[in-house]
Design a protein around this ligand. Structure first.
Ligand SMILES: [Zn+2]
Length: 897
């Protein structure tokens, strides 16, 4: 918990007459008049201890005369602070920590003229308990220290100017126990051993200019694997040392990601024409970590489950490892080489990395279908962007909550979709040239959205038109809904387009936003098709087509546009007939048009259900399952004792034969799409519609893995790698206390994070009330790492039988639960306990409970507001469609028909 104020801190005898603070505490950005130029940090870190210690020297330029400097520090016990002027003379200085806000105030005895001064601090701190700043992880008898500074946690590690616009070189020195391995952003350049031979002091090379949030180090009994250096090429003259680092015993599982990495680095070098910016590349898998991974310059830190793979890993895990690695490596250019000046532009970092990662995946692993995966994520972002309370991509930052909630689907997926849409409109070559120009202009410095848009506007020659169009997507929330109608007269054709905001049923927007939407449209003529793009800027516009009247058209060619569309009935019918001629992403857009028409209350459930057979047989997993989220909503919210069994039988009939044909184990040499589809279908059949045949097979695999049915010992590799998590869930659901206890027993000795996720999901998924209670309490014990907790609780909430008890338990254990949540996870707390809620009363219940507590959750107000809106939207649609919405369909599908 933050303390209100730290004791006064002195370096020199405190002279009387320190002026009281004349200016107020900066709660947003720090003032402009003090700029850090260089940091020298010396930290003493023993992961077996409870605390670490540090000394920080910061060279600061004062732009104008002042008697104080504001910077950041939080939860640091500063025991000594001092200042030195440009001539090397000491200046009496007093430091006061405003710990609630994380601001550190250093006040001098008298006003200093503009000059360069040095501030120095000696401090100690406890390792952080929420995976921020410098924290420790225990794995069996081993202890590790790991860092996570983004967004505003460097202030837990050292005093500094903790804002992204300040980029400076850092000199880092670490004193660590002799037997430990220590790594940092740069290559190690010196090592000394203490006279008692118990400690070593490591010096690391001066970094390139970095913001505080990209500083990183790690200490512990790590395995380190030296890979061959990444070879020089036409863009880069020197080879780059490459290493993989993981918890003790993990060395072998680093091999695959190290093999993949050089091609990823080269891909971005070719694209950006900028060499990899740092002196080495380390990929480190931490045994507990809050986010998926963090792009620290030269030392990328991952959850170890997202870095380590071997022959027993799921195919999904391989794909995730590749994607996440490609994302973090992209950040070395987008974010690290060029850094956004302030958090309102953090979308640039994340949108770039997400957009670039998909490019790398498509180029290097076409069998992963990266474009479909990206599209599925864009459609997901449209879901959250349909809330009236959705964030803007470029949301103003008013406090820490806005910073911590900025890392959401709007930032990553909508941001990436916008980049992709304008790339597709301008052409790949123009866009690449603009990106190159932007990176070259701002290398090792800062670049904002305005800087990027200026580069794109200049290179494309589209100037103000482009600028206005891009800003219309960045500076206002929402998904455009494009209504379109084709007019054909005497061989001449035109397209009438109009725009409004896409909103679900019953939601009324107050204003009428306008976007500048590049509507690229595919026109079908006989056996061929071509594409024409129109920039829709007004509420409604008419565009003349280059060619004669088409047979059909799709107003989102290649599915690259970030908008939804609504076709005149006749046009939609023609498109439906031509659907087989569309590419896979375009077919997904077509399915999304159906799902979103249902969300708007314009079509009933029968139309969605009747469209399912046309997709159920698809080989691509994203297509085969495109309508399942809508099916699940219909099943849960509209289904009753009569109709739900009919819906389940219908879905089983559609999907179970497909799964049976794929088989329940991965076959040698099968395409990755088959493997991914098997996992998705098994998940749906076993856990949603609870198909007895699928469950029996999964239970069999899970029981053998847990040591039942003659297996005698536990060996999780006995289950199919891709179905392990599901198999354990079903085995625990069906197997009662003995299976539950076997999973818990295995957790006590298993240190493989990916396997632990499966085991924790299984404990959470039990539907036995007493075992579910045991699972909930277990999730708060030291046996479960902080980053693992959500596996258990999410699985618990996914089972409707557990929801009421979980809600009650949360209220009884609220403080203990909240205190384990990392900062950025706090805003998600209301949503994480709201699954299945779909009535005004249940929204009121959530609202009433959280209202008095929300101020203590970072970003909680936004998280709660969106959760409540979600529940109320659900309630409105449910009321609109009503259970009668299923009446006609269920009559037609009742047994005997
Ligand atoms: Zn990222």
């Amino acid at each position: 918990m933050p303390r209100a104020l730290l004791p006064l801190l002195f370096a020199f005898a405190v002279a009387p007459g320190f002026a009281a603070a004349a200016d107020s505490l900066p709660t947003g950005k720090l003032p402009q008049d003090a700029t850090p130029l260089h940091y020298a940090l010396h930290l003493t870190v023993d992961p077996r201890s409870d605390r670490f210690a540090g000394m920080a020297r910061i060279r600061v330029r004062l732009a104008q005369a002042t008697d104080h400097v504001w910077l950041h520090a939080q939860k640091l016990d500063i025991t000594q602070s001092s200042a030195t002027d440009a001539a090397g003379h000491p200046i009496a200085a007093k430091a006061t920590a405003h710990d609630d806000s994380g601001v550190l105030e250093v006040r001098f005895e008298h006003k200093l003229a503009p000059q360069q001064i040095e501030l120095a601090f000696t401090y100690g701190a406890a390792f952080n308990g929420q995976l921020e700043g410098v924290y420790k992880v225990k794995v069996g008898d081993d202890s590790y220290a790991v860092t996570q500074m983004e967004p505003v946690s460097a202030r837990y590690a050292f005093p500094g100017f903790d804002e992204p616009r300040f980029k400076t070189p850092f000199d880092l020195t670490l004193s660590v126990p002799k037997q430990d391995v220590a790594v940092a952003n740069t290559l190690q350049v010196g090592e000394e051993t203490s006279t008692d031979a118990k400690w070593k002091t490591l010096r690391f090379a001066t970094t390139k200019p970095l913001p505080t949030y990209l500083v990183a180090f790690a200490v512990g009994p790590w395995d380190v694997v030296d890979a061959p250096p990444i070879a020089a090429n036409t863009v880069r003259a020197n080879p780059i040392p490459l290493r993989g680092i993981g918890p003790r015993g993990s060395a072998k599982k680093l091999a695959w990601v190290l093999e993949q990495t050089p091609a990823i680095v080269k891909f971005y070098e070719d694209y950006t024409a900028q060499p990899y910016p740092f002196d080495k590349l380390d990929l480190l898998g931490a045994p507990d970590f809050a986010a998926g991974a963090m792009e620290n310059a030269g030392l990328i830190v991952y959850r170890d489950a997202y870095l380590l793979v071997d022959e027993h890993s799921a195919a999904d895990t391989y794909r995730n490892v590749f994607n996440i690695n490609a994302h973090e490596i992209a950040h070395q250019w987008y974010g690290d080489l060029v850094t956004v000046p302030w958090w309102d532009d953090i979308w640039l970092n994340e949108a770039y990395a997400t957009w670039a990662q998909a490019k790398a995946t498509v180029a290097l692993h076409p069998e992963y279908y990266g474009a479909l995966e990206a599209l599925e994520a864009h459609l997901g972002a449209m879901g959250s962007d349909s809330l009236l309370s959705a964030r803007k991509v470029r949301q103003p930052i008013l406090g820490r909550g806005d910073i911590e909630t900025a890392f959401d689907g709007i930032t990553y997926e909508k941001g990436a979709a916008i980049l992709g849409m304008f790339e597709s409109w301008l052409g790949d070559d123009v866009f690449r040239q603009a990106m190159r120009s932007y990176l070259a202009r701002h290398a090792f410095g800062s670049g904002s959205a305005d800087d990027l848009i200026a580069s794109i506007a200049e290179v494309s020659g589209k100037g103000e038109t482009l600028r206005k169009a891009m800003h219309s997507f960045l500076d206002q929330p929402g998904v455009p809904l494009i209504r379109s109608e084709l007019m054909c007269k005497e061989g001449k054709a035109s397209l009438q387009l109009s725009q409004s905001r896409f909103l679900p049923y019953g939601v009324l927007g107050k204003d009428a936003p306008r976007w500048g939407v590049p509507v690229c449209t595919r026109f079908g003529h006989g056996a061929t098709s071509d594409t024409q793009c129109f920039l829709l800027e007004q509420a409604a516009q008419s565009f003349v087509l280059e060619r004669a009247c088409p047979d059909w058209y799709l107003p989102n060619a290649d599915a690259r546009g970030y908008y939804r569309f609504d076709l005149a009935a006749g046009d939609l019918g023609k498109l439906g007939v031509a659907a087989a001629k569309l590419s896979a992403p375009e077919q997904m857009i077509y399915a999304d048009a159906l799902a979103s028409a249902f969300k708007r209350g314009e079509i009933g459930p029968a139309l969605v259900l009747d469209a399912m057979p046309s997709l159920a047989g698809a080989e691509l997993p994203q297509m085969a399952t495109a309508l399942l989220p809508t099916f699940e909503w219909i099943r849960e919210q509209l289904g009753d004792a009569t109709t739900r069994p009919l819906l389940d039988a219908y879905a089983i009939h559609l999907y179970e034969p497909h799964l049976r044909q794929l088989g329940y184990r991965r076959k040698d040499g099968e395409p990755g799409t088959a493997t991914a589809l098997r996992t998705r279908l098994a998940q749906f059949l076993a856990l949603i519609v609870r198909d007895p045949a699928t469950r029996a097979e999964l239970a069999r695999q899970g029981r053998t893995a847990l040591g039942f049915d003659g297996a005698r010992d536990t060996d999780l590799t006995r289950a199919d790698a891709d179905l392990l998590g599901l198999a354990l869930k079903v085995a625990v659901q069906e197997g009662g206390a003995p299976a539950f206890e076997a999973a818990q027993h295995e957790l006590a000795r298993n240190h493989d994070t990916a396997q632990r996720y499966s085991l924790l999901g299984a404990l959470g998924a039990t539907r036995d009330p007493a075992l579910a209670a045991t699972a909930r309490d277990y999730g708060l014990s030291a046996a479960v790492q902080i980053g693992e907790m959500s596996r258990l609780y999410r699985a618990q909430m996914n089972e409707p039988e557990n929801r009421a008890a979980m809600w009650q338990w949360l209220q009884d254990h609220y403080e203990a639960y909240r205190q384990r949540l990392p900062a950025f996870a706090q805003s998600e707390l209301p949503d994480s306990v709201s699954a299945g809620r779909c009535s005004g009363t249940s929204a009121d219940e959530v609202s009433a409970y959280f209202a008095p507590r929300i101020k203590d959750l970072i970003g909680g107000e936004r998280g709660l507001g969106q959760t409540l809106e979600d529940i109320r939207q659900c309630a409105a649609l449910r009321e609109h469609v009503g259970t009668k919405g299923l009446a006609g369909w269920s009559e037609a599908h009742a047994p005997g028909h």
